[in-house]
Design a protein around this ligand. Structure first.
Ligand code: CDP
Ligand code: MG
Length: 882
């Protein structure tokens, strides 16, 4: 109280005086120092005051200037007339109360990171706040990027509805969009914004860019953040600032605040208060082996024993979701329908020997409750081992081309979903949710649940953070997720199911506490949980980097290794990708200031315009030069779909005479399609080209496909992909004539088939394998053994291939698939040895034959020199060539 004064600074002064006095009294020698010190302090203070007032003046000026430039990107505020109902919904969101601080933070900072729990309203509300604050009134756009196409579409629709002006909110995903001149808020996938950056590095059309779901660390969103960190600086220097908002559902944002990324600004962090109710987490005592089965049982128990409240189940993929739905249907919904009853009977018979003792139910305090629990569902092992349509579908959230399935099965299930239930148990209203489900079907999870039903959403990790389903009370978490894992050595990418991260598990559990307290059932033990990674790995660390490298190069980022990535990818992989791109002719080595740099070539620039891997893009470009584009479109569609042909292992009951017969018929048909010349050498690709070119390809049903050994799902994907490619090419390339979408296509002539093979050799040189010469090697080499450039050990041509008997010296394969204990090449065509020095020159090693002098060849007007040629790093001899 003694020191209490009016202002804080006075208080400080008086404190200092007293200290000085004390010093004076006790240590007189110091007094002089202190006296000097005092004067010095006075001077210093004076100086500081002056400096400060100058600084303040400068700041004021800067602020005014800033506000003026802000006006440039941001006009006057805009009023919105929302419907009463939606306004009421908005006002319940935690973020609603934070509108002002958020808008102020964005006005005053060039980079803002918004953290808020999933469901707090970030995605739907922040674009509206900015719209109302005038960020679009000078004709600029607010852009929001999403890692998932689903989210881009559904959020655009939702925000349009909330604003009561659907026409100003649009979405743009790779092949479709509804952007018009009226668009003010644009939701897009991150890949789309990257493409746009290629056209306009300043993003002059935008006043704000929002990177949503940044915590997911998708490769593109990471790259975008790196690029935008520089673009913001650039635009600020030009007095035309661009606002960058990074939105994350987790607080792990240190990667985004690094000085490397933002050297001159510290991003402003805003945390939206979360309105989360307590969630009780239940672990299993023992981790079940079959998580799908465990999830199903858990859901049954919750539904039959626990009080009302919606259930959300996390599985890993589309196929699992559908399997789960089937089981749930057979138990809860089909009982009264005759058709359903028949189906159920069938299932019961099929799986009667698999009915298992149900696990203990102590957890719910009911031990006899399962006396009449009919465990009618099949086991997980019934799932095809290679969930392959799922894999292909997943291939892309934007990386490669994507597909969406129309699913008859689903409609059927939906129709049967709600017949009257057994008297004692309410019906379970099961809805699937995965990223490639059509948006209409996805919307069902937001719609009211039919009276007297319990909602059960069976989801993949789309429901983890992208979409929030209201009213969930119980979460069932398998703890698994499907990840695309890229093997940099083989270059093969695969989807693998593995444990999710602790952060994901936390997000999943959190879904149960949005409206009241809830329960999360984790289908694994707490010991297993402890072993989970804390956070999932940024995608950039396990994706093929060629497309990324080429993309960055096309934006004139030459030293990719120096790019400000939030997480720096494997530099070796970048180097490998550069090498591969140089071999493809997309990059070339330049020496600049005595430093070697791989720069993009004209071909590279062309290739980078395609949303395809550079190899596939090159196939299209070369084919166009030779007027083979329609075939090339088919080939690329085939090659980007997994396992277009049914491989031997997938043919059930191979031993039965019936199957043998079918297989013989299939091969006969295939042989007649291929003939004996070039068509035969084009191998499985010829078979596929014939099938796709057939007039009835669009209508071909499952039965007809299987007769020809073609995988039905893959054929559907190929149709879609082909249509998309045709649209893409017609939209983006100036061809003399537009490509036709109609499918009928004459088979390639001898000459064309040969040319197509040559194009494939030139573009996919690293997928060429050589037959192991058994005459010189030891006898242990099995018949039909090949060697690839990437893998150790022997590989084989799949036995269903038309070239299986032929065993050409060199073949080109689509992919290598592990088939039981053998690695098999799928979709194979033959390669002529003598082509390699010309078409795959960069893969060849030319060694001058010393005792032969170079000679002038008057026919071609060039000096030629005989060389010994070997192919690939494995030094496969190819003989001699000029
Ligand atoms: O982005 P964030 O996770 O923070 O939340 P959001 O996606 O903006 O969702 C806010 C709220 O809007 C949630 O409660 C959703 O359930 C709701 N919402 C909805 O009802 N219908 C949609 N199509 C999208 C969101
Ligand atoms: Mg969101």
């Amino acid at each position: 109280n003694y020191y209490e004064t009016d202002s804080e600074s006075e208080e400080e002064d008086s404190k200092m005086q007293i200290l000085d006095e004390v010093k004076q009294e006790e240590i007189p020698e110091i007094e002089i120092v202190s006296q000097n010190f005092k004067e010095k302090m006075k001077e210093e203070n004076e100086k500081r005051r002056k400096e400060e007032s100058l600084k303040k003046k400068q700041l004021d000026e800067a602020y005014e200037k800033f506000m003026a430039t802000l006006e440039k990107i941001k006009g006057s505020t805009i009023g919105v007339e929302r419907t009463h109902e939606l306004q009421a919904q908005r006002s319940k969101l935690p973020i609603f109360a934070e509108e002002q601080p958020i808008v102020e933070a964005i006005n005053e900072n060039s980079v803002v990171i918004v953290h808020g729990e999933t469901g707090s309203g970030k995605t739907t509300q922040i674009p509206q706040f900015l719209y109302e604050a005038g960020y679009t009134s000078n004709g600029h756009l607010i852009g929001i990027t999403e890692p998932r196409r689903v989210a881009a579409i559904s959020m655009a629709r939702r925000v349009g509805e909330e604003l009561n002006q659907p026409e100003i909110v649009s979405y743009q995903i790779r092949f479709e969009g509804n952007r018009t001149d009226a668009t003010k808020i644009l939701f897009m996938t991150d890949g789309v914004l990257l493409k746009e950056l290629q056209m306009d590095i300043q993003l002059a059309k935008y006043s704000v860019i929002i990177i949503d779901e940044a915590h997911e660390r998708s490769m593109y969103s990471d790259v975008l953040i790196g690029l935008l960190s520089r673009i913001c600086m650039l635009r600020a220097q030009q007095g035309f600032p661009l606002k960058l908002i990074i939105m994350s559902a987790t607080l792990r944002v240190e990667d985004f605040t690094q000085k490397r990324l933002f050297p001159s600004t510290i991003p402003k962090l805003i945390s939206v208060e979360s309105r989360q109710f307590p969630v009780t987490i239940h672990f299993e005592r023992r981790t079940p082996v079959d998580y799908l089965e465990a999830a199903y049982k858990k859901v049954c128990k919750i539904h039959e024993k626990l009080p009302e409240g919606a259930i959300l189940v996390f599985l890993t993929g589309q196929l699992e979701v559908r399997k789960f739905m089937q089981w749930a249907m057979s138990r809860y919904s089909m009982r009264k329908s005759k058709k359903g009853e028949r189906k159920r009977q069938k299932m019961l018979i099929k799986h009667s020997n698999e009915v298992k003792q149900v696990v203990d139910v102590e957890e719910f305090g009911v031990s006899d409750s399962l006396a009449n629990f009919d465990d009618t569902k099949p086991r997980n092992s019934d799932l095809p081992a290679n969930d392959s349509e799922d894999r292909t579908a997943n291939l892309d959230e934007d990386g490669v081309l994507g597909y969406e399935f129309e699913d008859d099965l689903e409609d059927e299930l939906f129709e049967n979903n709600l017949p009257p239930p057994p008297a004692e148990i309410a019906p379970l209203y099961c809805l699937p949710l995965y990223s490639l489900l059509s948006s209409e079907k996805q919307r069902r999870v937001f719609e009211p649940v039919p009276d007297g039903c319990r909602l059960c959403v069976v989801a993949t990790n789309v429901a983890e953070t992208s979409l929030t389903i209201p009213n969930i009370r119980y979460v069932v978490d398998t703890g698994k997720e499907k990840r695309r894992e890229h093997d940099p050595i083989t270059g093969v990418s695969q989807f693998n199911v593995g444990w999710a991260s602790q952060a994901s598990a936390g997000q999943r559990s959190g879904r149960a506490g949005r409206v009241r307290e809830g329960h999360a059932y984790r289908l694994y033990s707490s010991a297993v949980f402890e072993e989970f990674a804390k956070f999932s790995q940024p995608e950039i660390l396990n994706k093929p980097v060629e497309q990324l490298v080429l993309h960055l190069k096309s934006m004139n980022i030459v030293k990719v290794a120096n790019f400000p990535f939030p997480t720096v990818p494997n530099l070796d992989q970048i180097e490998d990708a550069e090498k591969k791109l140089i071999r493809l002719g997309a990059l070339e080595m330049n020496v600049k200031n005595k430093q070697k740099e791989a720069r993009i070539t004209q071909l590279g620039r062309t290739l980078s315009m395609f949303p395809l891997s550079p190899q596939f893009a090159k196939i299209l470009v070369m084919a166009n030069q030779h007027k083979l584009l329609p075939y090339a479109v088919c080939l690329v569609s085939i090659l980007s779909v997994r396992e277009p042909m049914i491989s031997v292992v997938s043919i059930r009951g191979m031993d039965s005479a019936d199957t043998q017969q079918k297989m013989a018929e299939m091969l006969k048909q295939r042989r007649s399609w291929c003939g004996l010349g070039q068509g035969r050498r084009l191998g499985d690709l010829m078979v596929l080209l014939r099938a796709i070119g057939a007039a009835d390809f669009e209508q071909m049903n499952q039965n007809e496909c299987e007769k020809l050994g073609l995988r039905f799902k893959a054929m559907q994907e190929i149709r879609k992909m082909r249509r998309q490619l045709v649209n893409l090419i017609n939209a983006s390339c100036s061809l003399k004539e537009d490509l036709a979408i109609d499918t009928k296509m004459a088979p390639p002539t001898e000459e064309q088939a040969k040319m197509l093979r040559q194009i494939l050799v030139a573009c996919l040189s690293d997928q060429i394998a050589k037959r192991v010469d058994r005459s010189i090697a030891n006898e242990e080499i099995p018949k039909g053994a090949y060697q690839s450039q990437k893998l150790e050990g022997h590989i084989f041509i799949d036995a269903t291939s038309i070239l299986y008997q032929e065993e050409p010296d060199f073949v080109l394969y689509q992919e290598i698939v592990q088939v039981q204990n053998r690695k098999c090449m799928q979709t194979v065509c033959a390669v002529e040895q003598e082509w390699l020095p010309k078409l795959a020159e960069s893969y060849c090693n030319f060694q001058v034959v010393e005792d032969l002098e170079p000679k002038y060849d008057s026919k071609i007007g060039k000096v030629v020199q005989k060389c010994k040629v070997t192919f690939s790093e494995r030094a496969w001899p190819l003989g001699e060539a000029d």
